[in-house]
Ligand binder design. Structure first.
Ligand SMILES: Nc1ncnc2c1ncn2[C@@H]1O[C@H](COP(=O)(O)OP(=O)(O)OP(=O)(O)O)[C@@H](O)[C@H]1O
Ligand SMILES: [Mg+2]
Length: 271
């Protein structure tokens, strides 16, 4: 999101939700102690407006996969496309959220939300109107003039969510955005995200270690296996939208939870 604009990637050229496709994607990092294969092979398609979570054991390559979709890491082999166009550099239209909200401490909440626009061009009154709309949506408009240190962890992540949406991105990429929050705040954030996502229906990739969070939020869940990492499951989540907290009481929710849990903990095949 804070990446420099790339020539030829005009924001206006994209519809408000984009399709993502990965075909035979592999990633090998070169390190001082030799090559590390972070992703062995990943192929998937995500339709426009689909919310897809990625689950998998620590170190299986989830973040690496997302960084390749964002164009922030190059693929070693295979190809990723967004709306049919190969990803060859940073996707400036991608809204991103990480575990750490990475807000600028000396800027107000409002200016943090506007920061990606500020980095790419002159901020217009329309941008300010959109920032206001987003801050109202995340219930932070009364806090617009505060500095990040004056906010709670959950509020900071809501600023990060508004910032991720400020340029009306075609895709929303979230890497464990709620992992550092306490359980109650985390549940509230899940509900907020579900509500906000319902109103925008952005194509979303959401990485989490919480199986329940993934089921609650997603249309589909991909499970990555231990290294050599590939996608070992692609499961459709059958519950209607808008999602209500009561869905967790549905026996089908629990059945899916147990199925995914077994899948994540499945031992790697003996070599
Ligand atoms: N920049 C890098 N340079 C070298 N190796 C890396 C780099 N980033 C990740 N790796 C390695 O690639 C593998 C996959 O890492 P990655 O961060 O993608 O996993 P992850 O599934 O996101 O894990 P977690 O759930 O703990 O966040 C790991 O073995 C990691 O050590
Ligand atoms: Mg990660």
């Amino acid at each position: 999101m804070m990446a420099a604009p790339v020539a030829g990637q005009a924001a206006a050229a994209r519809p408000p939700a984009s399709a993502i496709a990965a075909s035979g994607v592999r990633k090998v990092y070169s390190t001082a102690s030799g090559p590390v294969e972070a992703v062995a092979e990943a192929s998937f398609e995500i339709a426009q407006g689909e919310f897809v979570s990625i689950l998998g054991p620590s170190g299986c390559g989830k973040s690496t996969l997302m960084l390749m979709v964002a164009g922030l890491e190059a693929t070693t082999a295979g190809a990723i496309t967004v709306d049919g166009m190969p990803v060859t550099g940073p996707q400036i239209e991608a809204g991103m959220m990480f575990q750490d909200p990475t807000l600028l401490p000396w800027r107000s909440v409002l200016d943090n939300v506007l920061f990606p626009v500020f980095m790419s061009r002159t901020v217009t009154p329309e941008d300010r109107a959109r920032a206001e709309q987003l801050l109202r949506m995340v219930d932070l408009w009364p806090f617009r003039d505060k500095r990040p240190r004056e906010l709670s962890g959950g509020m900071r992540q809501r600023v990060a969510l508004a910032r991720a949406l400020i340029q009306d991105p075609g895709i929303l990429l979230m890497d464990e955005p709620f992992s550092a929050l306490d359980a109650i705040t985390r549940d509230e954030m899940g509900l907020s995200l579900a509500r906000i996502w319902d109103s925008s229906r952005k194509t979303a990739i959401f990485i989490t270690h919480s199986i329940r969070e993934a089921i609650f939020l997603s249309d589909r869940i991909l499970v990555m296996g231990r290294r050599p990492s590939t996608i070992i499951e692609d499961v459709r989540v059958p519950f209607p939208r808008p999602r209500r907290p009561e869905v967790e009481a549905d026996p089908a929710f629990n059945a899916l939870y147990l199925h995914l849990k077994a899948s994540i903990h499945r031992s790697p095949p003996l070599q």
